[in-house]
Design a protein around this ligand. Structure first.
Ligand SMILES: [Zn+2]
Length: 228
């Protein structure tokens, strides 16, 4: 008898859940109710979110289209997870802009090595697309490799006055002064290199005349480069 009671209770439980599901499935909101729902702030918010997601996807596809020349590439040649050797490449379409060209100093185990310079292989292969080199400030880890780079690839260099002066010392030492196109840029100035625009932003650092850079590209964003 007890067994039966138990099974009845269990059955009732199953039955009541099933009814609930069926009731839910049968429920159809009236026309008036639907229009009210559409006006509710929560629904509107969801709609806006959905539209934004679609727009982001559209732009995302534009930015990351595989092998497209419309992609912006940011390639660190040096200076990532290391001290010194700062050098970054911004590449868009047929234009390459190089930012900084520094040295690193040898580690204890690098016996007989005086300076460590970045690997210029990628830039040598694409040298016809380089529109210029932009320098943020005059520390060795940002300008130290310039003479070694210029001996392989001659590109115009843009820097503020003090930085340009420090670079000139190096060019004199390596007898590169006459062959180098070194251009002085003021803080606050913007220059165009190919399809990219580089804005020199006044900045504080342990050396005067340092700049951060705003790099404006035809893709949606501008990038701020600030690396000391
Ligand atoms: Zn520095």
């Amino acid at each position: 008898m007890k067994k039966n009671e138990n099974s009845q209770t269990q059955n009732q439980g199953v039955f009541s859940r099933a009814t609930k599901t069926r009731k839910k499935a049968e429920y159809k909101p009236t026309a008036t109710r639907t229009s009210n729902r559409a006006k509710s702030p929560k629904i509107e918010k969801e709609k806006v979110f959905r539209e934004k997601k679609q727009t982001d996807k559209k732009y995302g596809d534009t930015i990351f289209k595989k092998n497209s020349k419309d992609n912006l590439k940011i390639i660190p040649i040096g200076g990532i997870e290391e001290i010194g050797k700062n050098m970054t490449v911004f590449e868009y379409g047929d234009d390459i802009v190089i930012i900084d060209c520094g040295v690193a100093f040898p580690e204890d185990e690098m016996l007989g090595i005086d300076l460590v310079i970045p690997d210029f292989t990628y830039l040598e292969k694409n040298k016809q697309r380089i529109r210029g080199m932009v320098i943020t400030h005059g520390h060795e880890d940002h300008i130290g490799s310039i003479p070694y780079f210029l001996k392989q690839i001659n590109v115009p260099i843009y820097a503020t006055k003090l930085t340009a002066g420090l670079i000139t010392n190096k060019l004199d030492e390596h007898k590169l002064t006459n062959s180098t196109r070194l251009k002085v840029v003021n803080q606050g100035q913007t220059i165009s290199l190919g399809k990219m625009k580089i804005e020199f932003i006044t900045s504080n650092h342990s050396i005067p005349d340092a700049v951060a850079l705003a790099i404006h590209t035809p893709v949606r964003n501008s990038y701020t480069y600030w690396r000391f």
